[in-house]
Design a protein around this ligand. Sequence first.
Ligand code: AFP
Length: 430
Amino acid sequence: MRTLPTQMATRLSVSRTNDNESPLRLIPHHDDDNDDDTTNNHSQQKNKKKRNKSPTITDICPQTGVTLSRYMMELERWNPELSEVESIFTSIQVAAKAISNLVRKSTLQANTGYYKGSMNIQGEEQSKMDVIANDVLKNALNWAGHFKTIASEEEDEPISSSDPQGIFPEAIIDSGKSYIAVFDPLDGSANLDSGIPVGTIFGIFRHGTECQLDRQLCLEDVLQPGRNLVAAGYCLYSSATTLVMTLGDGTHGFTLDETIGEFVLTHPSIQIPQQGSIYSFNEGNRWEWDQPIQDYIMDIQTGMGKQQNKYKARYVGSMVADVHRTLMYGGIFGYPADRTSLNGKLRLLYEAAPMAFLLEQAGGRASTGTRPIMDVLPTDVHARVPVILGSPDDVKELESYYEAVIEKNNKELLNAGQLNTTDAKDMHYA
Ligand code: AFP
């Protein structure tokens, strides 16, 4: 008999009677809870995307619960314009189940280690599982039949999903396809052979109409800010396989029930805690970080931060695992810029932007330290961006360290007559 864990039920403003037959209505929580929160105002102001009608799900089968397939079908029933997105998620979950299985069997099937000399355009050695996961996802997205362009961490350039050779044909481009998929097929793969959790991160954009027959425009269309994402998600391959996704109406988590081969709704309308007590940064880079970050980390380690308590350190080194823990328990995860990597390490298009969409939809915050990640325009498919994300109060506290420096710099420049008030306003931390 499958029931929703009580704390899950409380998150859903459902008129639940004591039997399980009452309808289930998934209401994204974050919108109405904290309208005064700049993150949401920001996203609401900027993101006047039409909200999807949240499905009311009745007759929940006590054996299966609400599967992701059922959830997408219900969502499409309430929002017929989402029919393509529903089949897109069918292909994504097939790929995630296959990759989950391959990850679990990678040692047994000798899919560990690297292909000698195979480097991706970022100069990173490609592990065998990077290549395998990339192929699985490319194939699944290809037969979904809606993608004109896909961009992956493991592909040097964006490619057309309908061209098996992977390069754009000179032929007519298939006008029926209007979506772009961006993804990191196996994030954290450097940890895989030691059994550490890894994951897949994905984002879905729509093509602009202009790129109908103009290949170059289609390529450029990939470089969109996170604010334009139609959907995003990640799949964590760990003690359980968990797919967390958003279509812009809340962030929901589904756990793979291997016995029925379905992702089942276990975390409806995830709401990240307003403030946490865990920080997650690779401290090996500490002395290279900007001063504001060094000061912030020092303060939360010594209990000198706003919360006056000492934060615990947790860092896996797989973004999906570190972000999932942050979403569940609260706190702050970051891969900031530093003197060696001026834009940090994480890629904007297929790592940071999808994660920022999920965080904002769960009431969290995601910034570069000085502005929302969702507003950053990618200059290149593999462009990197400083990433600070997590509980809104924690991220705002870190941002205040940057603001203080910017303010101080401005004051000095203003006093020295080297800056006029208008410019002072849009000074970034450099
Ligand atoms: P790989 O996919 O190359 O393993 O990189 C993982 C990652 O992109 C991200 O998942 C981690 O948060 C980050 O890099 C870890 O980087 P460090 O090893 O420098 O901490």
